[in-house]
Design a protein around this ligand. Structure first.
Ligand SMILES: C[S@@+](CC[C@H](N)C(=O)[O-])C[C@H]1O[C@@H](n2cnc3c(N)ncnc32)[C@H](O)[C@@H]1O
Length: 289
């Protein structure tokens, strides 16, 4: 058996394991995880794998088999920027539900591994706009997608870069609030994956701490209404340009009191009665009804 065939089998096994770890059944996503080669997005090996206590350990050599695990891989390890955990992304992408022919905007594209998964899901009739704030990572992503006509990489701040109306917006950095840009540009019936984190969020070292520090919500737009549903806990690199102190404090209090699983609505104002509100900041509120 040649090496590429072998790696294809390894990827197929990885895809099954990752979906199981994410508690997700999704044949299209499983096929995408089985098809996209992670090694093509992470630069030359050996690769730095994130282990406990924020330490990186290099893979023994540059065999791509080491990348088909549940692990985070450093893409700018000196700044703790990682290619995220496959099972977390599987869960979030499943909820973003990218369909064939859709336009997906990926905020915090990094070097593009999950952008490529999204591109696989929307197919050649769809497209993905990947926005990356860091200049070096954006350049690496541009090079990685040079021959992909359905992926456009933009260097910039995804909270303010204008983009065409999106069927799904997949945010991969921790915010303290939803950006107006995302809510405005989300298509009717569109899905926004929104990680909200308090200042404790990045680098949480235990699961208890994680649950108190970050939460990912699925926001779905119906006209001017936005439903909201908690889909995961998270610890994730902070989003540049989308953190304000008032929301940050409000989030820390909300995480401390609990109740995020009962959230059902996102409002673009803060005048929701206290008893219905889980968290509110300037001009926004996540509420129970
Ligand atoms: C946790 S890393 C994930 C990278 C990538 N999704 C992956 O898993 O390989 C978060 C990324 O978001 C980027 N980022 C942070 N704030 C951003 C913003 N306002 N606009 C675009 N990208 C941003 C960071 O530079 C970083 O590359």
């Amino acid at each position: 058996m040649d090496r590429q065939t072998e790696l294809g089998i390894i990827r197929a096994t990885y895809a099954r394991q990752i979906l199981a770890a994410a508690s997700v059944v999704d044949a299209r996503l499983e096929a995408a995880l089985g098809a996209v080669r992670r090694e093509e997005f992470l630069g030359p090996g050996p690769w730095p794998i994130l282990r406990w206590f924020r330490k990186y350990v290099l893979t023994p050599d540059a065999d791509p088999a080491f990348l088909y695990t549940h692990d985070l891989v450093g893409i700018l390890p000196e700044r703790q920027i990682n290619n995220g955990q496959p099972s977390l992304h599987a869960r979030l992408i499943h909820h973003a539900a990218p369909a064939v022919g859709e336009h997906v905007v990926h905020i915090g594209t990094g070097t593009g591994y999950y952008t490529a998964i999204l591109a696989h899901l929307v197919g050649s009739s769809g497209r993905v706009t990947g926005i990356e704030y860091d200049r070096e990572l954006a350049a690496r992503a541009k090079a990685n997608f040079a021959s992909h006509p359905n992926v456009d990489i933009v260097e910039g701040d995804g909270t303010s870069v204008p983009f065409h109306e999106a069927d799904a917006i997949y945010v991969n950095a921790g915010c303290t609030r939803p950006a107006e840009n995302w809510l405005d540009r989300l298509a009717d019936n569109g899905r926004l994956i929104l990680p909200l984190t308090s200042d404790q969020g990045f680098g949480a070292s235990s699961l208890d701490h994680l649950a108190l520090a970050g939460a990912v919500f699925l926001i779905e737009r119906r006209g001017s209404d936005y439903s909201a549903k908690w889909i995961s806990s998270v610890a994730i690199f902070p989003c540049a340009g989308n953190r304000d102190e008032v929301s940050e404090r409000a989030l820390a209090e909300a995480f401390a009191k609990g109740g995020w699983e009962r959230v059902t609505r996102l409002y673009r104002d803060q005048d929701i009665p206290e008893e219905r509100s889980w968290v509110r900041g300037p001009g926004w509120c996540l509420a129970y009804s």
